[in-house]
Design a binder for this molecule. Sequence first.
Ligand SMILES: Cc1cc2nc3c(=O)[nH]c(=O)nc-3n(C[C@H](O)[C@H](O)[C@H](O)COP(=O)(O)O)c2cc1C
Length: 437
Amino acid sequence: MTGATERVSLDLANGAPFPEDLWAEAVYSRRAIPDTLATGHPAPGHADDAEHDPLPQGARLPLAPPPLQLAPPRDARASLADPATLAALLHYSYGLLQHDATPGGWPLHRAVASARCRYPSELTLIAPTATFRFDPLHHQLVALPRLLTRDQECGPGDSRFAVISSRFARTARLYGAYAPRLCAQEAGMLLGAVCLVAAALGLRTHAGLDRDMLYGLCAGRLPRGEHPMGYVEFLPATRTPTPPAWLPPDLASALRARHSGAALFDPDPAPAPHAFLSDAAAALASAPFADFSCHLLLQRVAGHAPGHYVHSDGHFQQVGDGDPLVSLEQIGQTEGRVSMNFRATACTAYIAVRRATAVARYGADAFRRLHLSAGAAAHLLCVAAARHGLSARIHNGYDAARAEHLLGLAPGEETVLFQVAIGAARPGAAFRLPVVF
Ligand SMILES: Cc1cc2nc3c(=O)[nH]c(=O)nc-3n(C[C@H](O)[C@H](O)[C@H](O)COP(=O)(O)O)c2cc1C
């Protein structure tokens, strides 16, 4: 790492806002990725995980077994005070859902995708006089002890906020100074996951990006080395809200089945079902934030002509026709080679944001905000894919400048933050088992 990138990591670990040069280093260039990525070994000078990344300490509170289905309670208003609702919210947002028993693979898979399964995000529930950290590996909550007040009356059911924070060091051990980008992307996906699962359970939420509010919620509450990323507020239940129409009744099974495909994304070149497109569009329309656009280069979705589609108001409109393979392979490159088998994908989504406008308005904080907005939308796309039995692969091997050009984004204004390739799952070498608590 250079001195500049070391400084970036240090500033971020201390909770400073994202420096603006991260845009150039992390979005437009992959130079920041060190050799440790190829070897899988920690970067020199980084201690191992156990020493620097201990499990949270404090009284452990077991959670109820997560229900197999997600639905609002039949005869009461949805509330976190209901043990089944609390357990379902945490488990299906960021819980441990699959165990991959393949030798040499990444064994533990959670409800959201994570670059090389590093899972740098943390989910913390904040009640008026207590703070609880979710421990997905044990399906428990941990009461963060030094934060308890003397008269601790609150339990997790009294939580008013879920805060998402990120331990950049966990990802930096493999990815060096590229970690903040990956962590910001994952934090957004987790925020999308919490809002989605809450909606399915009938909980009313407000997803928050406001930095002052976020830092206020986190002040004195987060362990050292964690960067505040975003929050979800649980609103008082006035009436049980209707979950978004696109949500399948079997959402829990779609979440349990969600996956990113094999190590090299090489799906079965079979068409995706017709309804995938309308579901994906409806999912994007229900995203917690609207400040993104989604372009789809579509090759094979039953009943839809190949071409370039753009999301607008819950629908995909076709804006260009013809097989997009050449564009896909020009955009989706990792250091000069094509990142995935785009000859077999059903479609690839690009989630873009108005970067210049956001930087003018929010300065360095635009990086966090926009990655959260785009990440929440990206997770919804992955879930819509899983619902139709498709794999969805977030892949950062893309050329952002070429994507801007080929997708016709506003020059100097719009930037692609997520490339999500979608295709029919092909049986692979991996052997994934569901995890049951
Ligand atoms: C922010 C982010 C970036 C990722 N970037 C890449 C990538 O560049 N290349 C790749 O092959 N996979 C990438 N992935 C996919 C992860 O490796 C994958 O999600 C992880 O192996 C977990 O698999 P699962 O989602 O099936 O549980 C990325 C995932 C995330 C969340």
